[in-house]
Design a protein around this ligand. Structure first.
Ligand SMILES: NC(=O)c1ccc[n+]([C@@H]2O[C@H](COP(=O)([O-])OP(=O)(O)OC[C@H]3O[C@@H](n4cnc5c(N)ncnc54)[C@H](OP(=O)(O)O)[C@@H]3O)[C@@H](O)[C@H]2O)c1
Length: 261
């Protein structure tokens, strides 16, 4: 049966066969941080499933980056507002990676928004919650059976400092990013017996499509002990490292130099 949520394998999977590489699905692989994460995994030999929603061209560019010079991967389309599309994507990711030596999912898809609370529109609020929170929940719910079947694996969700402290103009985004930490902790507790590690990573300020207009550079990064945001390379490396740890779960990893408490 044709699968509308899966494209591109034939041209991109250079191995041509099911290999025993570790496999990762990166939601938001077409985005700025997702591309860096995909690159980090691809360069160390992982099969990378690059997810996108609308921007297929960007996902293809990420995949190109992953497979050069000797990586392997595919692109996968799904709108996180649609539970069936998510299920379809993960089913096909499972089929493409049946012989994977280990399996991980990085949840980097998300949207941002900036609005003062008194001007916050209901529709924008609902969209943030639908994608950042409900979409993430659905990804976890769809991925868990595959990981259980495989004897465990790693799930890393990208959270936000704003989800812990809020921020001016950030109420809706912060609220949509606050709940994933509770979701991650609950999933870690429920799935620990299946050897599934679930962690939250806060990537700090990264200049991407989402954050470009909100980057607080003008203040000299006064609230950062190091007076600078973290490099994207280091964030991606942290996620790659964490995905390979077997004994760490239910943790929050903040990648910048702000105090979380
Ligand atoms: N940038 C920062 O400073 C920062 C700070 C803290 C946390 N974060 C978090 O890091 C993650 C990545 O952010 P980013 O800066 O890389 O953002 P980005 O460059 O804007 O990328 C966003 C990604 O989310 C996908 N997406 C958007 N709507 C979607 C939907 N309805 N269904 C499925 N996917 C959807 C986009 O796919 P298409 O483009 O293909 O539609 C894209 O791949 C987000 O969770 C964000 O909240 C970012």
């Amino acid at each position: 049966m044709p699968n509308p949520g899966f494209t591109g394998r034939a041209s991109a999977n250079l191995s041509g066969t099911q290999s025993a590489r570790p496999a990762v699905l990166v939601t938001g692989g077409s985005g700025g941080i997702g591309r860096a994460i995909s690159h980090a995994f691809g360069q160390t030999g992982w099969y990378v499933g690059v997810h996108y929603c609308r921007n297929k061209t960007a996902a293809q560019a990420t995949l190109q980056d992953v497979i050069s010079p000797s990586g392997t991967g595919d692109i996968f389309q799904a709108d996180l507002r649609e539970a069936e599309a998510i299920q379809r994507m993960i089913t096909h990711f499972g089929q493409q990676t049946m012989s994977a030596s280990s399996t991980a999912m990085i949840c980097a898809a998300g949207i941002g928004a900036s609005s003062l609370l008194l001007r916050q529109r209901d529709e924008a609020w609902a969209d943030l919650v639908a994608i950042n929170l409900t979409g993430t929940f659905r990804c976890l719910r769809a991925m868990a059976p595959l990981l259980i079947e495989r004897g465990g694996g790693s799930i890393i969700v990208l959270g936000s400092y704003a989800g812990f402290h809020g921020g001016t103009g950030q109420a809706a985004y912060a609220a949509s990013k606050a709940r994933p930490s509770a979701l991650v902790n609950s999933a870690a507790l429920e799935w620990g017996d299946f050897n599934i590690r679930v962690n939250l990573v806060l990537p700090g300020w990264q200049e991407t499509e989402m954050s470009r207009e909100a980057m607080p550079e003008a203040d000299g990064w006064q609230d950062h002990a190091l007076h600078r945001p973290p490099s994207r390379h280091e964030v991606a490396g942290t996620i790659l490292h964490l995905a390979q740890l077997h004994d760490v779960s239910a943790q929050v990893w903040n990648c910048d130099s702000r105090n979380l408490q």
